[in-house]
Structure formats: structure tokens, C-alpha cells
Ligand binder design. Structure first.
Ligand code: R7I
Ligand code: MG
Ligand code: MG
Length: 349
């Protein structure tokens, strides 16, 4: 039976934290043999292992800020969200933040700052960051807003607090949309799922700023759409190697090289795959596969984990995995509270 909505909400945020914590092991690795991934995952099931729990990184720290802000303000409030990012960074600066975004977070801490979007706009010579930091924390927007238009609008604005390049904030919107559709059960029809994402991104990438950014960065006119078309082609193939996925979609720290990749990981792992244990459920397969791609593994697994968790729900996620990762209980609590907010009639537009 399809999971109930509350289970999907919990699965989304818990899946995201698991991807971040479990994926942290291989972040930046170029070649990750599947054996090593399975060994890492096997250790999660070993109760006697004495190395404590896996810590979350900036991906989860910022996701918590987004969820906390939406819950407290019961709306998108850019000043409140910016303040939470800055405060969280100040409390725990060692969570592996991107080297550029640190400057934004420091400026956001200033009580004299008038425009909270300004520090992000000053990044990278004035074009803004195209990193995946906006996308990695986008899932809560899909849990807070019911309409697709609101999920898009607010996930983009939320990303713009640190990522003002259109590749950065459109990547965040793509991730939030993927979670939104997954919560609705849209992954039951994978082809339609990817087609919906393509048509949403066509609208977004028509925008003049998006067109100018694509040109300036030497990309095709509709960069996310073209990656999503590649995802579709890879879905149609009987067998796809890790190398092909990396060369077609990327596994890097740029949103363009990681959000479509995360979406592919989810789609590819909807069914059992060679090399992955038969006892694995879909979320476990998705995280395992994301790690095997190497590169920005914590973030790709975090994004794929959110989309997959929204599809499978919380129930099939192994307790041993949940107990092995920092921040799972907090994420579960945030998801339950976002669900309550989502159900409030006054929160509907
Ligand atoms: O995007 P961001 O928050 O980083 C997120 C990543 C995730 O993998 C996390 O897990 C964490 O490890 O970091 O941070 P940014 O500093 O905005 O962007 C990340 C990196 O992308 C930068 O440090 C740059 O190397 C690169 N980058 C750019 N390089 C050139 N020109 C981002 N935007 C640009 C750009 O416009
Ligand atoms: Mg990280
Ligand atoms: Mg990362």
C-alpha cells in the first residue's frame, strides 16, 4: 500500500539527514568501489561497532534552519531565515560549509544589514554562487507549501539568501519540486514524473536572467532541461555504468552537476539493481547508489534521500540506519510539525 502523507513527510526529512550523514564518508572521493560502499553501510547494522554516530554536515544544519524558520513564522520570512543561517554557522562553523558561502554567512550575522539578499549577490564577482547549497536544504519548502507555484517561488527565494546565480536557485527549485511531486505519489509513474519536472524547468529557464547566466557560463540555453532529458535517456537504457552517469550528469558541487544526478539516483533505484543487496529497500538502494558515484556524496545522497524518503515513507527505513546518524530525531520532529502546519486550513492560500 502507498504510504500515508505523514509517513512521506517523515521519510523525506529523515531520508535527507541519512544521506548527508552516511554520504559524508565519501565526500570528494573520485573513485568509490561498490564494495567500500557496502562495507560502510554494513557497519551501520553492527551494534557492537564502537565508533559512535555519524555526524551531519552543513546540508542538514541549514535544512533545520529552513524548517525551523517556516514553522516559527508560518510563512517564508527572509530575515528570520537569514538570521538562523548566520546563527547556526556561528554556533557550529566546522560542519563543512562551502568555502564561498562562509563569507555570506558572516555578513548575514551583521545586525546592520538592510537587504538580506545583498551578501549573496556579491559572491563570485557579482554573479552569485552556482553551488548546490541552496538545493541541499530545499526539501522543507515542499513540506510547508501545498501549491506547486508556492513551492517554486519560496524555494528559489530561500536559496537566494546564499545563492543568487540562477543555476543555484533554479537547482533548489528543481529539488523542492521533485520532493513535492514525490510526496504526491508521482514516482509511481516515473516517465510522467520526469516529464513534469522538465515542463516546470522549461518555464523557469525561459527567464531572461537564466538565459543570460547560461550564456555567460557557456552552457546550453536550458541547462536543467537538457540534463533532465539526459536523465530520461539514461532511464530508457537497460544498463548504465557509473562512469556514464558521472560523465552525462556530473557528481560535483555545482547545483547543475548534482540535482539532476540525485533525481536520476532515485529513478534508477526504484527497482532492484545488480550489485546491491536484495534485502535493501528502495531508500537504501538510493543512498547506496548515490555514494557509489563519488564526488559530492553527502549532498547528492541528501537530496536523493529526501526525494526517495518522500516516496517510500518512514516505515521501511532501517532502525539501525536511523540510530547511526546524528539529527534523525530532530528531523523526524520537524517533519511531524511541518505536517501539522500543512494540514492547517489557514495555511492554504
Ligand atoms: O553551494 P555551497 O553552500 O556549497 C555546498 C557544498 C555541499 O557539497 C556541502 O555538503 C558542502 O560541502 O559544500 O557553497 P558555495 O561556496 O556557494 O559553493 C560551493 C563551491 O562551488 C565554491 O566554493 C566554489 O568552488 C564553487 N562555485 C563557484 N566557482 C566559480 N564561480 C560556486 N559558484 C561559483 C562561481 O560562480
Ligand atoms: Mg555537507
Ligand atoms: Mg556536499
Amino acid at each position: 500500500a502507498a504510504p500515508v502523507m505523514l509517513s512521506r513527510f517523515r521519510g523525506a526529512l529523515v531520508g535527507s539527514v541519512l544521506g548527508d550523514c552516511i554520504g559524508g564518508e565519501f565526500e570528494g572521493a573520485v573513485d568509490v568501489p561498490l564494495d567500500r560502499v557496502l562495507q560502510h553501510l554494513g557497519a551501520l547494522e553492527d551494534e557492537t561497532r564502537g565508533d559512535g554516530i555519524l555526524q551531519y554536515s552543513d546540508d542538514t544544519a541549514m535544512m533545520q534552519c529552513v524548517a525551523d524558520s517556516l514553522l516559527t513564522r508560518m510563512a517564508f520570512d527572509e530575515r528570520d531565515m537569514a538570521r538562523r543561517f548566520a546563527k547556526e554557522y556561528n554556533l557550529a562553523p566546522g560542519r563543512g560549509y562551502g568555502s564561498g558561502v562562509i563569507q555570506v554567512l558572516r555578513k548575514l550575522a551583521s545586525p546592520h544589514l538592510k537587504d538580506v539578499f545583498q551578501p549573496a549577490q556579491a559572491q563570485f564577482g557579482g554573479r552569485g554562487s552556482f553551488g548546490n547549497g541552496g538545493a541541499m536544504r530545499a526539501a522543507p519548502f515542499a513540506l510547508a507549501f501545498r501549491s506547486r507555484a508556492d513551492v517554486c517561488r519560496y524555494s528559489r527565494l530561500g536559496a537566494m539568501l546564499t545563492h543568487s546565480c540562477s543555476l543555484g536557485y533554479n537547482g533548489a527549485a528543481l529539488q523542492a519540486l521533485a520532493v513535492h511531486l514525490s510526496l504526491q505519489g508521482a514516482l509511481a509513474l516515473p516517465k510522467e514524473f520526469i516529464n513534469k519536472l522538465i515542463s516546470e524547468m522549461e518555464e523557469m529557464e525561459k527567464d531572461e536572467t537564466a538565459q543570460l547566466d547560461a550564456k555567460a557560463l557557456n552552457l546550453s540555453d536550458f541547462p536543467y532541461c537538457s540534463r533532465l532529458h539526459r536523465v530520461k535517456e539514461l532511464m530508457d537504457r537497460n544498463s548504465v555504468s557509473i562512469e556514464e552517469v558521472i560523465s552525462e550528469l556530473g557528481n560535483g558541487i555545482a547545483a547543475l552537476q548534482s540535482v539532476p544526478t540525485a533525481i536520476f539516483c532515485v529513478l534508477h533505484c526504484l527497482e532492484p539493481r545488480d550489485g546491491l543487496p536484495e534485502r535493501f529497500g528502495g531508500l537504501e538502494r538510493t543512498i547506496a547508489y548515490s555514494l557509489a558515484l563519488g564526488g559530492d556524496t553527502d549532498t547528492i545522497a541528501c537530496m536523493a534521500g529526501a526525494i526517495a524518503g518522500a516516496h517510500y515513507g518512514i516505515d521501511p527505513i532501517p532502525q539501525s540506519w536511523q540510530k547511526s546518524c546524528e539529527g534523525v530525531e530532530e528531523a523526524d520532529d520537524l517533519a511531524r510539525r511541518l505536517y501539522d502546519l500543512y494540514c492547517l486550513p489557514q495555511f492554504e492560500e
